[in-house]
Design a protein around this ligand. Structure first.
Ligand code: F3S
Length: 394
């Protein structure tokens, strides 16, 4: 890879050890993927924040990088393993909390904005069309590429931190026009409405087509909430980082692919069935990806004056800034008066809750995937209304 004089200085350690390490990671990646140069990025989003994933080696690595590392671009974090302020109400142990706070402290020391969320685009880490970024949360990567039209590869935690410390990323993959063209057309011949059905569609496409870049036709409309659910599911089941949706994706398509598949009502029903373990529910997770303010308002309206079954637990995960506005608007009080819990900064996958519950209900196909695979819960994908009804069922 060709480096500028400044980049060479970084690689030689003239900007400190952390930047030198970061350059080593970026150059290695660039060489593996055939990048010719590093390019400027406008923002970074770093995954690998939960202590449950990092453990001691990860924490030590971050603490080491934080000795002299300082980010050069606007950088935010993915969810942590707990609500950073109200972790006790979620039943998190003191020991875990102490480690998790040290992780976040290390990021903060490097100048990272320590809002921990998988929907950075909802609260200020929002690129515009065509901007190069280096994000790592898979659902946010898919949303950034496909809905916003920004350009990012699916970074790992270390490569995203490295990009933040250098302010650049190697130019390969989805940063290049030629890798952003669709390969197969998908005609939707089914009713796709609501976060859970968009999630089911993500599973159908991911299962059938894997990483192939799709050109999706005949979705009459989609809200931001439906798109974030779709992106999360599609990225989970197919490993997808980019799709084109007619009338949504701003990238220009050179040619609509002639290879074509149809998705019918039957496909959606099959996906819903596959995500129904026919189980008793004792845990309900909403806010995957992190709930928007509109979702919190909707949930507050549904829960107003009602009481969640005390034998069940319901977590609504969201970003701290979103919760702060919800506090001001009175949504938090209404939700928490019902017995439901708003969990900011965290997510039910990276929180240390394996074995605490048996049956999980969620309106997110991604949550069902990890709830089953990682946390060993039986799962059921349902609409948001059905999830709330399930929580209230005595
Ligand atoms: Fe976000 Fe966790 Fe879902 S990171 S997308 S809430 S699994």
């Amino acid at each position: 890879m060709e480096l500028t004089p400044e980049e060479k200085n970084m690689a030689e350690g003239k900007y400190g050890k952390a930047t030198q390490k970061a350059m080593e990671i970026l150059v290695t990646l660039g060489e593996i993927y055939g990048a010719k140069r590093l390019i400027d990025i406008s923002s970074v989003q770093i995954a690998g924040v939960s202590y449950a994933n990092l453990n001691e080696p990860g924490l030590n690595w971050l603490a080491d990088m934080a000795k002299d590392g300082e980010v050069r671009v606007f950088t935010t974090l993915n969810p942590a393993g707990m609500d950073l302020e109200e972790w006790r109400k979620l039943g998190i142990s003191e020991e875990f909390a102490e480690k998790q706070l040290r992780v976040v402290e290390a990021f903060g020391k490097m100048g990272v904005i320590t809002t921990c969320s998988c929907t950075p685009y909802l609260y200020g880490n929002l690129p515009h069309f065509g901007q190069n970024i280096a994000w790592s949360e898979s659902s946010a990567v898919c949303f950034a590429n496909s809905v916003i039209g920004a350009r990012t590869n699916r970074e790992g935690g270390p490569s995203a931190l490295s990009a933040a410390l250098v302010g650049k990323t190697p130019e390969y993959g989805f940063h290049l026009d030629e890798n952003r063209q669709p390969e197969v057309t998908v005609e939707i011949k089914a009713k796709v409405q609501g976060t859970y059905r968009f999630g089911a569609l993500g599973k159908v496409l991911g299962d059938q087509l894997g990483k192939k870049i799709t050109y999706i036709k005949e979705i009459p409309k989609a809200s931001v909430e439906e798109l974030k659910s779709f992106c999360a599911s599609y990225a989970t089941y197919g490993g997808v980082a980019l799709f084109h949706m007619e009338s949504i994706t701003p990238d220009k398509v050179q040619k609509i692919p002639s290879e074509m598949i149809k998705v019918t009502e039957k496909d959606i029903e099959k996906a819903l069935k596959e995500l129904d373990d026919d189980t008793d529910i004792d845990f309900i997770s909403l806010g995957c990806p992190h709930a928007s303010l509109a979702e919190l308002e909707y949930i507050a309206k549904k829960l107003k004056g009602k009481t969640v079954n005390p034998k069940k637990e319901i977590w609504i995960t969201t970003a701290r800034p979103t919760k702060q506005v919800a506090d001001r608007m009175g949504f938090t009080k209404i939700i928490e008066d019902s017995g439901a819990k708003i969990a900011a900064d965290t997510c039910c996958v990276v929180a240390p809750i394996r074995g605490r519950f048996k049956g999980l209900a969620s309106d997110s196909a991604k949550m069902c995937y990890y709830g089953s695979g990682r946390n060993k819960f039986a799962v059921k994908l349902m609409s948001m209304d059905e999830c709330i009804e399930e929580a209230l069922k005595q």
